[in-house]
Structure formats: C-alpha cells, structure tokens
Ligand binder design. Sequence first.
Ligand code: ADP
Length: 395
Amino acid sequence: MKILVINAGSSSLKYQLYNMDSGEVLAKGNCERIGSGGFITHKRPGFENYACEVDLPSHDEALSLVLGLLVSEEYGVLSSIDEIDAVGHRIAHGGEKFKSSTLIDDEAIAYLETIVPINPLHGPPAIKGIKACRRLMKDTPQVGVFDTSFYSQIEDYRIIYAIPYEYYTENKIRRYGFHGTSHRYVSAKAAEMLGKPIEELKIITCHLGNGSSITAVNGGIAVDTSMGFTPQEGIPMGTRSGTIDPTVVPYIMKQRGLSAEEVEDVLNKKSGLLGVSGLSNDYRNVLTAAKEGNYRADLAIKMLSNGIKKYIGSYTAEMNGLDAIVFTAGIGENDSTIRSLVCKDMDYLGIRIDEDKNSSASGAADISADDSKVKTLVIPTDEEYMIALDTLKFC
Ligand code: ADP
C-alpha cells in the first residue's frame, strides 16, 4: 500500500510518500513560495536531492509538479500515479463535525468551507490542496486527518469559555485544541515504550516547537489541552504570546492606537520568545543569549519553562495522577535545558529526571531517574506517519 501525505500551507505544499508495507518513506519534499515564484525540494532516500526554482502560480501546479516527479524516470519512485492507494491531508481544523479522520467528499469540503471564518489562515490552503488532489487524482480516496479531532472527547466544562453562552452556540467560540496528531502519536509511542496499554496510563505530552502546546491524555483520550479557540492560547511560543489577560487587548488598542488586526498581529507574530527577548523567535538563539547573561532572553526562557510546569501541575490535578511526561517537537526533542528546568523541583509530583540521561538523550529516550515514580520520555514526533496510518484505514 502506498500513501501520499499532503500538508498544504498558504504558500507551501509539503508531501511525503510512504510504502506502508515496510513503513519506509519513498520520497518527500516541499513546494515553497507558491503564488509568488516557486521552489521545490524533492528527496529520495539514497539519492541526491533535487531542488529547483520553478513557476508555481497555484497549489494545482505545485501538485502537478510533485506527481510528475514521483513518476519521472530520473527522480521518480512510482511507475504510475495509480500506484498511490490514498492521499492523507493534514487539516488543522475540523470544527465540531470531524471527530476522527474521514473520507473527504463534496459534503466534507462544503463543511470545511463553512468553518473558514474560525480557521482563516490554515483552512483555505488545506481546501486548495484537497481540491487539487481531487482534480488530478480522480479515483484516489482523499482522507482528512484533523489536528482538532483528538480533542473531540474533552468534557464541555473544559472547552467552553466563561463568556455569554450564545457566543458558543451562535459563533462557535470554544476551545478546540491543536497539534492533536502529534500528541496522539507521541502518547501512543509512550505507551509502547513503557510496555503498558495506553488505556491504563495518564500522560502529559509537551509539544514544544515554534508553536507549542501541552495535552493531558488519560487512558488514550485527550482530556485537556493548552491551545484554545486558536493556537494562540497556552504557553508562550516562538512569536505567540500564549494566554494573557484579555483586557490587555482593548487597553493596547487605546493606548497605542492599534486596530484589532494590528493587535492580533502583535500577539501572533511579535510576542512570545521574540517579543520578550527582543532578539529572535528561534529558541536556540534565545537560549544562547540567556546563557551569555542577556536578561530578557533569560526571562523568556524562564517564562516558557514555568508555563510548562504550571500545565503539568494542573493536568496532574485534573487527571488525579500522572504516569509519564513526554517532550517532543523541535525544542522538546532536542534541548535538555528546557527539560531540566521544567522537571526541576517536581519531586512532590513524583517527577525526577537523570541529568546524564537527559543531556545525552538522542531520538526516543527515557530520561527518568531510576527511582522516579513518573517516567519522563523524549519522543520524536511524526505527524506525517500518523496521518498515513489513519489514511491506510480507508484503503
Ligand atoms: P514547527 O512548530 O515549525 O514544526 P519545530 O518543531 O521544528 O517547529 O521547532 C522549532 C523550534 O525548535 C525552534 O525554536 C528551534 O530553535 C528549536 N530547535 C530546533 N533544533 C533545536 C536544537 N537542537 N536545540 C534546541 N532547540 C532546537
């Protein structure tokens, strides 16, 4: 079985082709600058990468190019596009309808179009990607895998905001949660690593990348998560503020003469590590500056680690216990400092890590101290593979 995974962004289209019988990636790549030029990188294990400037006016041309490369004599891995058994699409937002991965038909597309107002950044490109695939691969099943669907079983009192109830019923303002595919993947991997059924485990997964979120997974079901109506809620991120007092918004608007869109832009693109440090949204740069004694960089790192700590404490309380913490994504997988700061002074909750194991961790690793009640794991995430596994169920 061969599954193509597509992740369409506003000006990009990432792809990964799997042979699901062996689990190997046959080819992967990224089309960038769609609509304003175009550039493709195409990789096949064991071969030289192919990279080229090419005119990509829309997602249709990008997908045509990808499909052409996949069957080309020089760079291809397939003899025909018909060898692709199904396409899995990463879709950030499934609204209230999609509680699990689903076959995409006209009705599904129509629903995704209705929720563009609550998903204005990621919705339109995802729909474009799906439509391009449906046009160019007419008989191939298209499957939607939603970041939000992992959160579809969260109790209502944890997802409804304490604002007039009609704002939920009429405007769909509630917490949705994001990064669900990553949290689902690493929590399942954690159960595998611990050799226990996931149904018996209480796990907190920390996805720490450019965007960051924390999820409480009880018995394999997400019971709470840090992101909300948008990916803006939660801990400070690369450029996002995370949770702030909502009254700050109108106050900034009045004090600094900013429009609603301008404040949104500040909170989304100029805050977080970048806003506090004034240096960079890239965690590595901020950490280096903090280690060199830069006060604001140090402040940003402390705000981040303390934010994660608070979620771990509150989710342990919500689940009435904790068996494992998982660190994943760019920062969580690679940086021992944040793991060390987060897990410091958590003995009360039964969390103790082994600093040697922490600093030498590479790939999937158990960094817990031998006598730690709670296991602390580092697990590389693989959202694309999770999407491929879900898609396979429709073949
Ligand atoms: P995205 O959310 O865009 O998928 P990633 O998961 O790739 O992002 O995470 C990007 C973040 O990971 C950046 O802040 C980057 O500094 C950080 N990062 C990547 N590699 C390392 C590393 N070796 N050590 C520390 N941080 C890292």
